[in-house]
Every structure is written in C-alpha cells, then in structure tokens.
Write a protein of this length. Structure first.
Length: 491
C-alpha cells in the first residue's frame, strides 16, 4: 500500500505565525523527517496497533512535520496537534489526590468560619432613637446607611469589614437591624387544592433572621369560600433575612404558621396550627464592626439617614466614629468631626442690622438669665487656653452647672502643634463626686482630637464646681493655644 500524498490529504496544513512570519518557512532548510512507520492520521500504511500497545504508532513525514511546527509554539500546542492527528491518547487533566482535595476544602471552610467569627466578635451595637429635626417626633421607618471611608480589616485576621451596613428605625424611631413591613401582604385564596377550611382569615408577615424579628405588617383580610389554600406572596426583605407568616381567624389573634424563604411564595394548604403570637416589638439589633476594631486607622463611617420615601434628613450625611460595645444615638451622634451639634441652625452673635432671632421651642433657664451667667446646663461648653499647655496636674478652667449633667464628649483643637512623645495628653474633668478621664488626645504633632469614651465618673450634680485639668502629657514640646469643647446632656 502506497502512503497517501500529503497534498491530497483532507486535513490541510496548519500554518502558525511567529513575529508575522510562518513557522513553516523556518523548516524548509531542514531535511524532512524519515517515515517512521504506520500513520493513523493520513492512512499511510495504516495498521491497527497491538492490544498490548499503550500508544499509537508514530506518523508519516507529513504528519510529523505538522507536529514539529506545533512544537515551535510550545509543549501544549504540540500535545494538542498530536491529539488532533490521532497520534497520542487524549491529554488527561491532572487531579489532586482525593485526600489532598478534602484537606484543602476543610481548610477553606475553617478559614471562612474563622474570618466570619472574627468579624462577629468585633461587632458593636447601635441603639437609641432618632427624632425629626427641631421636634420630638420620631424618625419613623427610616433607613440608616453606613459606608466606610475606606476599605478596612479586623486586626489579627484577613476579614474585610462589610460595607455598606444598613439599619432601620421602627415607628417610634428606635434603631433596629431589620425593617418593619409597612405594606399588607398580598394573599390569594384558591379552592380545591388544599384542606384549609373555608372561612375569613387575617394574615400578617414579619421580617426575621437569626438576630431577631420585626414588628408585624398591617394585616390582610381574605375570604376562602371553600376548602383550599392561601398563597402569601413574599415581601421585600433585606439580604440574608426571611419572612414569617402569621394567620388567624380573628384580627390581632394571628399565630405563626411558618418561616419562609425570601423570594418564594408561602402556601398554607392545611389547617392552622397553634404557633407563636404576633411580636410586640422589633427585637433585631443593629450590629456591625465599630471603628475602634478596624484597620487602617482612622477609618470612619459616612452615615446617611433617609425617610421611607428616600429623602435624606437635614444634617445628614455625617462622619461617624464609633467605639466601645454600644453607641446610643439618643444621647449623642458619634461624630468623627468636631462640634457634634445635630441639625445645626445657627444663632449669630452679631446679626446684620441687629435683626431679631428666635427659637421655635421653649427655652428653660431654670430661673437664670442668659446675660452674665457663669452657670452651665446641658449643651456645649467652650474653654480657650492661651499659650502652651502647662505642666501636668495644672487646672485649665472651672465652672458650676445649674443642673445635673453628663459629660458625653471632650474635643480639643490646638493652633500650635506639639512635638515628641507618642501617647499625647490626658485630660480630666472632675468634681467632688469623681473624675472623668480622656486619654491619648493630641499625640505627637496632632492638632485635633475628640473622644466620647471618658472613663470614670462622668456624671455631675448641680451646684458642684467642675474642673478641667491636664493630668499627664508625654510631649517634649507641648501644643499651644488650645480650644476645648465639652458636650453635656441632662441625666
């Protein structure tokens, strides 16, 4: 049998190019390979290999030349060309041993659990109530969105801190982790496809996750004229949450029938069971990683509070820096910037043309006049120190409150930075009742510092003098011309 003429083969030669020139041209100067035996590809003296053979015989000169061209492009190209010609078995994908694959899977699972636990272990809780600006009305059914100013991680792990974090408020303005459903559920009655008895049914839904449950939605009343089923369409819920279905035969007497997955309808096709009663409060906490557990530092949150229609409340967005296990927005906004005044509306010291100014609410001074009073109640207290800070243990100012107050934050700003040291200055605010300490302010060459984490006794009774003092300082050259701002609230 005469080998087939390569020019008449059904498979045309494949030309590979390198730097714009065909590789075939570079092989013209070489002598053609000798025919090595039976060729499976082109049929030249084709012979079936022996059953004991693990490889097909080598190909003819034409097919080997194609392989040589492919080898110029690398090992993978040559392997694919030989497989296309039928000269090699199909390349086998390498697989790791089963034991190694199982170990790697277990390692990835453990690392995921450790990272998730690391984030959960550093979570703080945001509490309190939001109120509308210039009123005592609650910011009901609002959405609080917190975005990190930059990507952050939890110290000691590779866990990225989730951002943004979304929390909500209830009808009374309390901060929660899940929203209260504000729309009644969509319920459809169908006959004949279930054993739920005929009757009038009242249906509510709640939002639920592993942390807690929301208040119930407004109820839907539906009539089932004959035995059948009720289909409850899934409400919109946050990621990772489900919805609980409450059904009853009387208004307000609904009991939980099931917790259903978000995105799929729930079908009640059997008689009602005696489940849990409707929740009376939203028990889901607003928890996320606070800034004192995030690297790099400083990293803060950009907080935005919006109403149910998506309108941003006045005074927001704000830059927040949260520390400790909890933060109560009823007492103070955890601002990362100075002068934590909510919904700022200024009263000018020197208004143009001496125009009158007013407040839209009652102002109770407890019998004291505004003019020439040295007494202090809840609000901001400002103190200025001219020149460099004195030696530690020196008193910087003293005043007397006319009502019981709680010191919530101490902020200090220096016109002239200090130098040296690493801890900075330690300031105390004290009275006969005790001492409230604020450490590590203005470290090294810092010119601004603010802390809401005073330790010790930070509550002061009316009529007892309060003293602001420098307790310690490791600067080699102390900062100068400092302005102190103290924020007090009522007890």
């Amino acid at each position: 049998m005469t080998p087939a003429d390569p020019r008449t083969l059904p498979h045309p030669a494949r030309f590979h190019f390198s730097q714009g020139r065909p590789i075939l041209a570079s092989l013209q100067a070489r002598s053609a390979p000798v025919q090595a035996g039976d060729c499976r590809a082109c049929g030249g003296r084709l012979a079936v290999p022996a059953r004991t053979s693990t490889r097909w015989p080598e190909g003819c000169a034409y097919c080997l030349q194609r392989c040589q061209r492919a080898e110029r492009l690398g090992e993978q190209a040559a392997r694919e060309e030989r497989h296309a010609l039928g000269l090699d078995e199909p390349p086998q994908r390498r697989r790791w041993p089963v034991r190694l694959r199982r170990s790697l899977f277990q390692l990835c699972f453990c690392m995921t659990a450790v990272l998730a636990g690391s984030i959960a272990g550093h979570a703080g809780t945001l509490t309190g109530k939001f109120a509308l600006p210039n009123s005592s009305l609650p910011a009901a059914n609002a959405t609080l969105t917190l975005r990190l100013s930059q990507a952050g991680v939890v110290p000691g792990s590779l866990a990225l801190v989730p951002s943004p974090v979304v929390c909500y408020t209830t009808a009374n303005g309390s901060v929660t982790g899940l929203p209260d459903p504000t729309a009644p559920p969509v319920v459809t009655a169908s006959q004949g496809n279930g054993t739920l008895p005929a009757g009038t049914y009242f249906v509510d839904v709640t939002t639920i996750n592993s942390g807690g449950e929301s208040l119930p939605s407004p109820e839907t009343v539906v009539v089932l004229p004959a035995p059948g089923a009720l289909t409850v369409s899934p409400p919109a819920v946050p990621a990772g949450a489900s919805f609980a279905v409450y059904i009853g035969m009387a208004s307000g007497a609904e009991t939980r029938q099931a917790v259903a997955d978000a995105g799929a309808p729930y079908v009640q096709s059997t008689p009602l069971t005696a489940g849990a009663a409707l929740p009376s409060s939203n028990t889901s906490p607003c928890q996320f990683t606070f800034n004192d557990a995030i690297l790099p530092a400083p990293t803060y949150y950009i907080a935005t509070l919006a109403d149910a229609q998506g309108n941003t409340y006045p005074g927001f967005p704000q830059d927040w820096y949260l520390t400790g296990p909890t933060a109560d927005v009823s007492q103070i906004y955890p601002l990362a910037t100075p002068l934590p005044i909510r919904f700022l509306t200024p009263i000018f010291a020197n208004p143009g043309t001496s125009a009158a100014q007013s407040l839209n609410s009652n102002l109770n001074l407890n019998g004291y006049a505004i003019d020439n009073t040295d007494n202090l109640g809840p609000g901001l207290m400002s103190v200025f120190w001219s020149g460099s800070l004195p030696a530690p243990a020196a008193s910087l100012d003293e005043w007397t409150p006319n009502s019981a107050v709680v010191l919530r934050r101490l902020s200090v700003y220096a016109q002239s930075p200090g130098n040296g040291g690493s801890v900075g200055a330690v300031f105390t605010v004290s009275s006969a009742q005790g001492v409230c300490t604020f450490p590590a302010l203005l470290p090294a060459a810092g010119t601004a510092g603010s802390s809401s984490s005073g330790s010790g006794t930070c509550s002061f009774s009316a009529g007892l003098p309060i003293t602001l003092a420098l307790s310690a300082d490791d600067h080699t050259a102390r900062p100068g011309n400092l302005n102190f701002v103290l924020e007090f609230t009522g007890e």
